[in-house]
Design a protein around this ligand. Structure first.
Ligand code: 6GU
Length: 247
């Protein structure tokens, strides 16, 4: 999986991805990432990439030209590389994801869809956004990470890259993969305990020490359901409808 992030703050992206599990995956060549500076594509003699919005209003807008040229350069690099690699996936359209609070809200299901791609392009906006005309021409997916406003698309792009990367085969080791269960069936993870058996007068639920694997599994499933009902009634309702059963 190769992530291309088009941004005015490339250092933010590269330093964000250069740690922990993603760093290990990049060193192993399982995932690749590059941050492309949109400013490198401006034709303005003062390197300007923004201007005032027509009609007035607060803030500045990113202009169409540098965003368009930057996107086209990355798309054509991808196509060239595919042709060199012996036409693998050649001609396949590459998704261009614009991260914006006006997008569809990102979830685990979307992460699974994105993980099927070989290359993903993220377009990060800043200021008050990007000229609508270039968005119409290059963007395939509008994606938000939740109903709040951030200063730019870099953190959302990194959030999505993290969630997608951990689904790419080989990125996680076995222990890490076990964590996948959280949203797997639309339920939250059950509570977990480690040593010591008693801490602050609190005992580990005795069933976990019983050695009865079937009972443990039943208990965990019950806890997942209870926890989802309590903490995320919206997810619980969805789970109940999808499983068409009562608890
Ligand atoms: Cl994707 N971008 C920005 N700028 N703010 C956000 C967001 C994205 N998702 C939630 N807030």
């Amino acid at each position: 999986m190769f992530f291309h992030v088009l941004t005015l703050f490339p250092d933010m992206i590269m330093s964000g991805l250069d740690t922990s599990i993603l760093k290990r995956a990049m060193e192993r060549g399982i995932i690749r990432a590059q941050a492309v500076n949109i400013r490198d594509y401006t034709l303005d003699k003062h390197q300007k990439v923004d201007d005032y919005p027509y009609g007035g209003g607060a803030g500045m807008l990113m202009q169409a030209q540098p965003v368009y040229d930057c996107t086209m350069a990355v798309l054509s690099d991808i196509e060239k590389r595919r042709e060199q690699d012996g036409l693998r996936e050649a001609g396949k359209p590459t998704r261009v994801i614009y991260v914006t609070p006006q997008g569809k809200v990102f979830d685990q299901k979307m992460a699974e869809e994105f993980a099927k791609e070989e290359e993903l392009i993220f377009l990060c906006g800043h200021y008050e956004g990007i000229d609508e005309r270039v968005l119409e021409e290059v963007v395939t997916d509008y994606v938000s990470i939740g109903d709040y406003v951030l200063t730019g698309g870099e953190l959302p792009a990194m959030v999505i890259i993290d969630a997608v990367s951990r689904l790419v085969p080989g990125v996680l080791n076995n222990d890490e993969s076990a964590m996948t269960e959280s949203f797997d069936q639309g339920l939250l993870e059950y509570p977990q305990y480690s040593r010591p058996g008693i801490w602050h007068d609190k005992e580990v639920p005795p069933i976990l020490l019983s050695g009865d694997h079937k009972k443990v599994e039943e208990w965990r499933r019950e806890q997942s359901i209870l926890r989802t009902k309590e903490r995320r009634p919206d997810l619980y309702e969805k789970w109940r409808n999808e499983h068409d059963r009562c608890q």
